[in-house]
Design a protein around this ligand. Structure first.
Ligand code: GRF
Length: 193
């Protein structure tokens, strides 16, 4: 018997392809983690359906149902407390977490961001990289702090920006790398504990 698998909670707001990639990695018996819950702020998030179909516990906390950001986060934290995750993986979760939230899981919240941070934090990274004339672009897995895509960088993957690339071309090229990088980085982090 190896080590018990680390418990992962995933937060997402949409498509959930990075969640699916993590789920596939977790299907390997040698992978050191399992996904125990998926939570979202968007009831229509496709990733929630994928999770439910896979028999994973799901929960949704719409921001509009709470009077304040603090109350919204408190509901999510309460859910996470019931799940007892070792790590929280943000996978397209489109909300900035407060210092209080981040402090509740210090150095245990990861995010994947579609740029070579510290370049292009925030949104529309692919179009911004093209406008900036970058010859390389990519993705970053980092620990989450209370800033916007500012936490310590764990790993990056690069792709070339090709002549005539549209933002969609570049996004598709990088997404392939995101899916590999997130699972590999989480594994490395767990194995380095
Ligand atoms: C990805 O590009 C990720 O890097 C960013 O949001 C997007 C989410 O895509 N944070 P998906 O929902 O995982 O398919």
């Amino acid at each position: 018997m190896g080590q018990p698998k680390k418990r992962i909670a995933v937060l997402l707001s949409g498509r959930g392809s990075n969640f699916e990639a993590l789920l596939k990695a977790c299907a390997d018996e040698d992978y050191p983690a399992e996904i125990v819950a998926v939570a979202s702020d968007k009831p229509e998030a496709f990733g929630l359906k994928t999770a439910a179909d896979a028999g994973i516990a799901t929960a949704c906390f719409k921001r509009a149902d709470y009077a304040s950001k603090a109350e919204h986060e408190a509901a999510l934290l309460n859910f996470l407390a019931s799940i007892e995750p070792d790590y929280v993986c943000l996978a397209g979760y489109m909300r900035l977490l407060s210092a209080h939230f981040v402090g509740s899981f210090e150095n245990r919240i990861l995010n994947i961001h579609p740029s070579l941070l510290p370049k292009f934090p925030g949104l529309d990274t692919h179009q911004r990289a093209i406008y900036a004339g970058e010859s390389e672009h990519g993705c970053t897995v980092h620990l989450v702090d209370a800033g916007m895509d500012t936490g310590p960088i764990l790993a990056q993957a690069k792709v070339p920006v090709l002549p005539n690339d549209t933002a969609d071309d570049l996004a598709a090229r990088i997404l392939v790398e995101e899916h590999k990088l997130y699972a590999a980085t989480l594994k490395n982090l767990i194995e380095a504990e």
